[in-house]
Design a protein around this ligand. Sequence first.
Ligand SMILES: [Zn+2]
Ligand SMILES: [Zn+2]
Length: 184
Amino acid sequence: MKLSKALYFGDFVATPLAALVLAIWALAGRGYLGAGLWALAFLIGIGAWTLVEYAVHRWLYHRVPFFEKFHDAHHADPDGLIGAPSFLAILVLLALFFAPLLVLGFIIASGFASGILLGYMLYMLVHHASHHVIPRPGSLLYTARIRHMAHHYHPMPGNYGVITAFWDELFSTRLHGEGRLSRR
Ligand SMILES: [Zn+2]
Ligand SMILES: [Zn+2]
């Protein structure tokens, strides 16, 4: 969906803010033990995000017609400010990765959901930079950009992961080459 500048860049503020609120809410007055458990759940949440990112991109955005319609807009106009409105994305992520985990306790649910939210923000940042920043060769962003450009311009489908190539390697969708640094 084409977004206004405020809504598009608002994501970069709203998402970590939601994670911060969750963290403070869970950790206020719970001491070191609570913080350790929260940090562990947070790290697992970030790792889980990379799989969510891969799965959503591969099996929803490129398979399910309803989502494909929105994602095709990004492929047709890769530099446009296109995305999901953050309040909607945050609500969906909380409904899927916070509410059900409450059975394991508030600290675990908060840590895991914060990891997912931060992973989502990282994905938005890396994806945005992959399209709008020309990085220094050899840098991490350079690798990410080459990888994502192959997703856009390689004749074969693949490279669904934006933050990491791990799941593409695992599911044999890793593309090499044809990742032009720039379309222009
Ligand atoms: Zn795509
Ligand atoms: Zn893209």
